[in-house]
Design a protein around this ligand. Structure first.
Ligand code: CNA
Length: 323
């Protein structure tokens, strides 16, 4: 507590727009922590705004969810993957174009002052804007993996399924299952033959096959899930590794468009040294943390204003080629 109080004392003078400008002007190693609010102007709803996905899921009522968060819960996904796949095309990043915020982050990188962009977003718009120092903390649709055999495939492999609202099953699992069943079938045949029972009836064979499938694990091959982190799934270890490294170098934390409600990303604030100032840019205030400077309003307008005051030019929207 005393450490936090000392920090408050040290940074108490920071509060205004002018302070934000001064910090941006002098900082050399900026971490940008971003969330869904930087993509709402691209047409992708966030989670928690009044028009966000949670409110939409609640209003629509057609998914029979106890809680809208269930849509992104790994246990629920394993139980009812059809629910996620009937919805996923609404959030699939197909024709979205990066916002001024994405381009602002790219500009920081071009100026050599971006230490890293920790994004919670899964829409890959930072990469489309050309940001390379980006960590997609909650994964993305770029790749997808089989829940059973863990085979990873490019995200485009499952795109047709997402668009058709169908569940993609794993081809590798299917091949593996078929191969294993084939071997077992051959082994049984050979055993029967050697015992002089080669004239097994079709009925007998059907019975055997059912048993074999059960031995394999039974049922369908694994379901493929986009590599976005669901509630109940751990973050990639890269998150901890990057944070461990970056906390030594960071001299400014800029938080944009996030309610800071999802841990562990929200805990970045407490994991970096207390001496590092924080600027929070968001439409709505946060109450559970106290960033040093809060700039409330539309994030695109705020970063555009900051840039114009600093004489920085944000790259214009480029023609975007979706992967
Ligand atoms: P959130 O909890 O929905 O919070 C978003 C915040 O952004 C809210 O506080 C809004 O007030 C604020 N906001 C919305 N529009 C603007 C705007 N134009 N200018 C400034 N602020 C704005 O979402 P978080 O990112 O905090 O939560 C993390 C979740 C959201 C992650 O797991 C993401 O995967 C997930 N998500 C991502 C996307 C995406 O990839 N675009 C979309 C929806 C949800």
């Amino acid at each position: 507590l005393s450490r936090i109080l000392r920090r408050r004392e040290r940074l108490a003078h920071l509060s205004s727009l002018q302070d934000a400008l001064n910090l941006l002007r002098k900082s050399k190693n900026i971490i940008v922590l971003s969330g869904a609010g930087i993509s709402t102007s691209c047409g992708i709803p966030d989670f928690r705004s009044s028009t966000g996905l949670y409110a939409q899921l609640q209003d629509e009522g057609r998914y029979e969810l106890d809680d809208p968060q269930q849509m992104f819960d790994i246990r629920y996904f394993k139980e009812k993957p059809e629910v996620f796949y009937s919805f996923a095309k609404q959030i699939y990043p197909s024709n979205f174009v990066p916002s001024p915020c994405h381009r602002w982050i790219k500009m920081l990188e071009d100026k050599g002052v971006l230490l890293r962009n920790y994004t919670q977003n899964i829409d890959t718009l930072e990469s489309l804007a050309g940001v390379t120092k980006v960590l997609q903390c909650h994964g993305s649709f770029k790749t997808a993996s089989c829940l059973r055999c863990k085979t990873r495939v490019p995200g485009q492999t499952i795109e047709p399924y997402i668009m058709a609202q169908k569940i993609p099953f794993c081809g590798t699992c299917r091949q593996q299952r078929d191969a294993e069943l084939e071997i077992k079938r051959a082994q049984k045949q050979a055993k029967k033959k050697s015992k002089g029972k080669a004239k097994a009836s079709w009925d007998d064979e059907d019975e055997d096959e059912t048993g074999e499938e059960d031995e394999w694990g039974g049922g369908e091959p694994g379901i493929i899930k986009p590599d976005i982190t669901f509630f109940g799934q751990a973050l990639d270890s890269e998150f901890d590794e990057c944070l461990f490294k970056d906390r030594e170098e960071v001299d400014l934390l800029v938080i944009i468009g996030t309610s800071l409600k999802v841990a562990p990303v929200s805990e970045v604030l407490t994991h970096i040294p207390h001496s590092v100032p924080q600027i929070y840019i968001n439409l709505t205030p946060v109450h559970h943390v106290q960033p040093d400077i809060c700039l409330l309003g539309d994030a695109d307008s705020i970063v555009t204003y900051l840039s114009s005051e600093l004489g920085w030019s944000v790259p214009p929207p480029a023609a975007v080629v979706h992967p």
